[in-house]
Design a protein around this ligand. Structure first.
Ligand code: PEP
Length: 255
């Protein structure tokens, strides 16, 4: 039975002090959540302090990115060992902002995924099409290339330790959400891709999050879809009450 995984991607928001405060609020809000996996991804700068706040709680620590090399002359980057050392369990990889602003490719996504898995952390592999790609009828080919690229060379056991975030780029931070049906259709397609790579039983065990302007008002409808297993949340994760407003329907559906 796959889990509902709801992760807050704080992006480049919150100072360290603000991150510690918000993390404490999320820990308190999620105290009674037993079925949903809840994770928060502050900036790299705030990770170590937030690690202290979430320790012993049911909130997991996530990072927003990683480099695939162990160490060396990679100015501005952090390694997977550094993340592991402070208690990071999930790493967001291939976010559309990384792809569009910072040159992330399917190849670098694959390198990062392999490195994270080698240290027993879980990659959250982000995929999704732009509006132009959708309008031109290229949704399926884009998702196929991204999934095949990210999972290249991964065993079924590796794949079982991953989470996918399907995030239509046109819905991220725009306030426009994919309809329940549009999202379900894309998720089912992605699960089909995983089935082609690893068989149906593995594909049925991998959680596929939806991301793109998910909020308390639309969370229940999206999470009720057969192939939607959680959310990667940007804006609505920056306040504990709206984040909980997404987690709570997930918890109700998981009971
Ligand atoms: C995201 O950054 O992954 C995201 C989905 O952002 P938002 O919820 O703000 O659209």
């Amino acid at each position: 039975m796959r889990k509902i995984v709801i992760a807050g991607n704080w992006k480049m928001n919150k100072t360290v002090a603000e991150s510690v405060k918000l993390a404490g609020e999320v820990v308190a809000a999620a105290r009674d959540i037993k079925h949903v996996v809840v994770a928060i991804a502050p900036t790299h700068l705030a990770l170590a302090k937030v690690a202290e706040v979430v320790k012993g709680s049911n909130v997991k620590l996530a990072a927003q990115d990683v480099h695939w090399e162990n160490q060396g002359a990679f100015t501005g980057k952090v390694s997977a060992d550094m993340l592991k050392e402070i208690g990071v369990e999930y790493v967001i990889i291939g976010h559309s902002e990384q792809r569009s602003y910072f040159g992330e490719t399917d190849e670098t996504v694959n390198k990062k995924v392999r490195k994270v898995l080698s240290l027993a952390m879980k990659p959250i592999v982000c995929i999704g099409e732009t509006l132009t790609e959708r309008k031109e009828g290229r949704l399926e080919s884009v998702l196929t290339t991204q999934v095949n690229g990210a999972y290249a060379g991964l065993s079924a056991d590796d794949a079982l330790s991953t989470v996918i975030a399907y995030e239509p780029v046109w819905a991220i931070g725009t306030g426009v959400t994919a309809s329940d049906d549009e999202a379900q259709e894309a998720h089912a397609f992605v699960r089909g891709l995983l089935a082609k790579l690893y068989g149906d039983s593995v594909a049925q065990s991998i959680s596929i999050q939806y991301g793109g302007s998910m909020k308390p008002e639309n969370a229940a409808g999206l999470l009720a879809q057969k192939d939607i297993d959680g959310g990667l949340i940007g804006g609505a994760a920056l306040k504990a009450d709206s984040f909980l407003g997404i987690i709570a329907p997930g918890e109700a559906l998981s009971k």
